[in-house]
Design a protein around this ligand. Sequence first.
Ligand SMILES: [Zn+2]
Length: 254
Amino acid sequence: MLRSILILACLGACAAPRPPQSAPVAEPLPHQWHTIGESVEGRPIQVATFGTGSRRVYVIGGIHGDERPGLENVDRLRELLRVDGFLGDTTVRLLRDVNPDGSEHRTRTNANGVDLNRNFPAQNFRPSDGRGPAPLCEPETQALAADLEAFDPDIVMVFHAARRGPFVNFNGPGRLLAERFARAAYDAVGDWRVVPDMGYATPGSLGSWLGDDRGLPVLTIEFGREQDPDVVWPGLEQALVKTLGPGAEDHLAR
Ligand SMILES: [Zn+2]
C-alpha cells in the first residue's frame, strides 16, 4: 500500500537529501538495532524487527523530543517483543526515536526547529518555519518515510505525551484498534480512554498522511506528559499484548 509514497516534494524547496553513507552489506539480525538514517546533528535513527507474521505493524517510540514516557519504555518494549511466542501473526518494526536531536536537547522540534510531525506529505501540509518549507525536507522524516515504504505496514502506532494524557487518538480505520488498546491499558492502570478528535488541526502529521490520506489505521498514543515510565509500562504492556499478541489480528480493522 505504501509503495511509491516517497515524493520529490523537497526538490527546489529545500536541501537535497543526504546520500546514504554506505550500502548495507547484509540483512540485519532480527531484534538488533540498525541504522536507517541520521538526524540533522548526525545521531543515528534506529529500527529493529520482530516476528515473521503476515500483519505488519510499525511502532515509533518517539517523534517529539520533549515527550518522554514512550521513549523511556522503548527498551522494555524491545525486550517484550523478543519473547518467544509473544507475537501472533504479526511482524513488528520498532523505530526507537525519529527525533534523537530533540530528545537530546529536550525539544519538541528537530535541530532545525521543525516539528517533524508536521513535515509529512499529507494533503493538509502547510509550509511554515515550524513545519518546514516542504514535506519531507528533514533528514529524519526522509528516513522514516523511506523505511515505511520498505516495511509496508498495515498498522502504525506512534508514542507521544500530552498534558491531558493518557489517551489514544486515531486516524483512518483505527477505531477498533484504539478501543482495544485503551481498554487493555485501562484494565491495567485505570485512566486510559479513546479521544477521536485532538481538538486542533494537525497539518502534515503522520496520522493525516497515512491515516486520513492513505487509509491506514494510525494510533497516536498519548501518555501523560509527566507520567513516570514505570507507571506507564503496565498499561502499555497489556495494551500491546492485546493489540500485537496472539489473537489480536482477529479483532482489528484490516
Ligand atoms: Zn507529540
